[in-house]
Design a protein. Structure first.
Length: 399
């Protein structure tokens, strides 16, 4: 028999004659280690993707334009919107007019929330607030006294202590501006975006704004811009500047605020959990191979006495480790995509930054599979090298 066939012959003999239950248990442990590595990474990817999508779709768009540092408003908003919409890569744009509300009052509860005047039609092209209503209806452009309230404002979620608990569609909210102008607004709808910053907002129409704050006409506090292709924000920002759009222009990442720190924490946690899972896989393979070698020291000593070279013995146990790890990765992948992914699609994690699903990054998935394989190779090789360095007679005697 050619030398190169000896490791394959021995590993096949081992798999055929060895305990099937032991083999199944080892493969299952490897599968669990692999699932642990992939699950943590996919969960954090899902949380990050969900929070990023919520920032863009409910709060900031892909790009937000603010007034320059020396200005309070974006002057000539209509002209600015025309310029913005003409830039290549821009999908839509909508102006936000923040009313200087000194207070809002519902019954005997007085509080302060952001009141933003919008063009309802433009807003639907930039954010998905209109799709997040949990009661009532969306605003109409000609509505001069309607208001939308976020879930944090109404107390429907874990809201601020001064939220309007018990408020419902049709109730009246008294708004007092900083110039002491007062107006009663009727609650048209309540929305829940599952993004806490967005759910602290309230919306009314530009028409209603013109009655209480006509000086804000064509003087936006910010402009939200969405792009045709996610990831092209920098190119579009350069296009906006080249077109002569004025203002302080920022990509959505600058509006993420706390979520950027949370994202960094998730990355760190993912690294730690991946290292732990790698260590579990390494220890599992090492113990299995070490115990197997210990049981077969006499056989290994006889093989060496018959002229089987050490590198062939190394190859046997490396192949054995590869079989365990490949089978474990395949079983783990089947468990992950066949059980965990469908389950979390049907039952996503409910978090303050949104409902998170498992998001699989192909590159990370392959990297973790390769990690398991390489860890298995080295964990199987180390005890094999150790045993072939022992005294041959001691091996034969089983000492």
């Amino acid at each position: 028999m050619p030398e190169w066939r000896i490791p394959f012959f021995l590993i096949l003999r081992h798999l055929r004659r060895g305990s099937k239950w032991t083999l199944a248990l080892i493969v299952f442990l490897m599968a669990i280690a692999f699932v642990n590595m992939v699950f943590a990474s996919s969960l954090f990817n899902g949380i990050i993707a969900t929070s990023n999508a919520n920032v863009i779709e409910t709060y900031a768009g892909n790009i937000t334009i603010y007034p320059n540092a020396k200005d309070d408003f974006i002057a000539h908003t209509d002209k600015q919107l025309t310029k913005i919409r003409a830039v290549d890569g821009v999908k839509a744009a909508a102006a936000h007019y923040q009313l200087p509300a000194a207070s809002m009052k519902f019954k005997n509860i007085k509080s302060t929330f952001r009141l933003i005047a919008i063009d309802p039609d433009d807003e639907t092209r930039v954010t998905n607030i209109s799709q997040k209503l949990i009661s009532g209806r969306y605003l109409e452009p000609d509505d001069n006294d309607g208001i939308l309230l976020g879930a944090q404002v109404t107390g429907n979620e874990e809201a601020a202590t001064r939220s309007f608990k018990g408020i419902k569609v049709g109730d009246s909210v008294k708004v007092t501006l900083q110039n002491n102008t007062e107006k009663n607004f009727i609650v048209r709808g309540i929305f829940y975006s599952n993004y806490i910053e967005a759910d602290y907002q309230t919306f009314t129409t530009i028409k209603a704004m013109q009655e209480v704050a006509p000086y804000l006409r064509n003087q936006a506090s910010s402009i939200l811009v969405t792009v045709d292709t996610p990831g092209t924000e920098t190119r579009v920002i350069n296009g906006l500047k080249a077109r002569g759009v004025t203002g302080d222009i920022h990509p959505w990442q600058d509006s993420a605020g706390l979520m950027k720190d949370v994202t960094k924490s998730f990355v760190s946690i993912d690294v730690i959990l991946s290292l732990v899972a790698t260590l579990i896989a390494a220890v599992t393979i090492f113990i299995v191979i070490f115990v197997d070698i210990t049981d077969k020291r006499s056989q290994i000593g006889i093989m060496r006495a018959l002229g089987v070279r050490p590198y062939l013995i190394h190859a046997v146990y490396v192949l054995q480790s590869v079989v365990y790890s490949v089978a474990g990765v395949l079983l783990g992948a089947a468990m992950f995509f066949g059980i965990l992914v469908p389950y979390f699609v049907a039952h996503p994690f409910a978090l303050p930054m949104g409902n998170a699903h498992l998001v699989v990054n192909a590159g990370n998935f392959i990297l973790r599979a390769e990690t398991i394989l390489w860890v298995a190779v080295f964990s199987g090789l180390i005890p094999a090298v150790m045993v072939t360095r022992m005294n041959m007679l001691d091996e034969i005697r089983g000492k």
